[in-house]
Design a protein around this ligand. Structure first.
Ligand SMILES: Cc1cc2nc3c(=O)[nH]c(=O)nc-3n(C[C@H](O)[C@H](O)[C@H](O)COP(=O)(O)O)c2cc1C
Length: 400
């Protein structure tokens, strides 16, 4: 018996396939062994010889390989690793996975495996945004497939947008997290964090927003990952770089944030750090609203979903620890204690966002972690330090 971790790496036929060579090197540095499987299209982009040399093992390409079937067999191959990783995951492979196709070695292994599957998609932005791919993504997430990326950026095809393969170190971190190699007080724990503001459209060019920069939520995601957690960050629009080694989901409105949150359960800890708009415009205009002589437009508001209360109320999938944030401008602790009761969450992290508190967009903050029985205050700390205090307390709580 050995403690050495191993992954089955399925390499799809995308332009980013060459990056799997670097991925194999980095994984080996971390003492993770790699068995490569190359799709037929994949052989157009990277050679079995390069893969076999770097991985120091045989590369599997063919379902009907007599030698392999007699020696190991595709079922055994699908089960002997700790994790199955698909990088790059092509639109085609994702479609096959979502529909249960098994017409080549890669798709058969993905259907036959009893191990977790982590995919790193990479494709042209239009392919990624196509409704068919988006449907497949939803299905795969429901099936429990983990995602790393894709990132937003320039592509080999000259277009820009979501669809770039995640950077190799981020894929390595996601793999380590999936096989519980990340060491730290939160290793083995999954955390979902919401961050940033939401934008509620008035018409195609205007929206209702707030001053949240997202810095506190992003700091929580970054620190949680460093402490060993498996992190999902669901963020409204911000200008911040995405922390590495986490799952990142970008949303715009409160309703999208609620849907993404519920779709990414179960988790051990949920931290609602986003400044979700309380209201949206009931009927946003399809076209840009124009000034008219008839007077001012009347905007009727509707209440947005209360994500924190929704999470706290869940029966089956309620996280063990639900933490909310309260941005208050007066009598901060009293208001936060009321919010704790009203929402039914476990802790409220309160901060003073009055002009005096100067929290929005700033790198410093003062927080009060409020539970039913205790108040712990941390004054004038960086948002990273505040995150660390919250997360170390959470780690302690979950060990009790
Ligand atoms: C030059 C070139 C680059 C390609 N890059 C990608 C890509 O990045 N992502 C993708 O999903 N498909 C890409 N394709 C299309 C796939 O190769 C094609 O869908 C193939 O059937 C995928 O097979 P596989 O999923 O079995 O690997 C590319 C095709 C060509 C010719």
């Amino acid at each position: 018996m050995t403690d050495k971790k191993s992954i089955l790496l399925i390499i799809g036929g995308g332009i980013a396939a060459y990056k799997c060579l670097e991925l194999i090197r980095r994984l080996k540095e971390q003492d993770i062994s790699v068995t490569p499987v190359l799709t037929k299209a994949g052989t157009e982009f990277v050679t079995p010889l390069s893969l076999a040399t770097l991985a120091e093992t045989e590369v599997h390409t063919d379902l009907f390989d007599l030698k392999n079937e007699t020696e190991i067999g595709h079922i055994q191959l699908s089960r002997q690793a700790d994790l199955v990783v698909v990088a790059p995951a092509t639109a085609d492979l994702m479609a096959k996975m979502a529909n249960g196709l098994a017409n080549d070695l890669a798709s058969t292994l993905l259907l036959a495996t009893d191990k977790d599957v982590l995919i790193a998609p990479a494709m042209n932005v239009r392919m990624w945004q196509h409704p068919a791919t988006q449907r497949n993504i939803d299905t795969l997430k429901q099936d429990g497939v983990k995602f790393v990326g894709p990132e937003i950026g320039d592509m080999a095809c000259g277009e820009t947008g979501p669809g770039r393969l995640s950077e190799v170190p981020d894929i390595v971190t996601a793999i380590q997290s999936a096989i519980h190699m990340k060491k730290g007080p939160l290793s083995g724990k999954s955390i979902l964090i919401t961050a940033g503001p939401t934008h509620e459209p008035i018409d195609p060019v205007r929206y209702i927003a707030n001053r949240s920069s997202g810095k506190q939520g992003y700091a929580l995601a970054e620190v949680a990952s460093v402490l060993g957690a498996d992190v999902t960050l669901i963020s409204g629009p911000t200008k911040l770089p995405v922390p590495s080694g986490i799952r990142f989901i970008e949303v715009e409105t409160a309703r999208e944030m609620r849907d993404a949150t519920l779709a990414n359960l179960p988790v051990d800890i949920a931290i609602c750090a986003a400044a979700v708009a309380d209201w949206r415009v009931k009927k946003s205009a399809g076209q840009k609203m124009k000034k008219t002589k008839e007077g001012l437009p009347q905007l009727e508001l509707a209440e947005n979903p209360d994500i924190l209360a929704n999470l706290s109320d869940l029966k089956d999938k309620r996280p063990s620890l639900v933490i909310g944030f309260a941005a208050e401008t007066e009598t901060v602790i009293e208001h936060a204690q009321k919010k704790l009761k009203k929402k039914g969450c476990d802790w409220i992290v309160a901060n003073d966002v009055s002009a005096k508190g100067n929290v929005f967009g700033n790198d410093e903050t003062s927080i009060h972690i409020i539970s039913a029985k205790t108040v712990e205050s941390f004054e004038n700390v960086s948002k990273e330090d505040a995150a660390k205090q919250i997360l170390l307390k959470a780690a302690k709580e979950l060990k009790l």
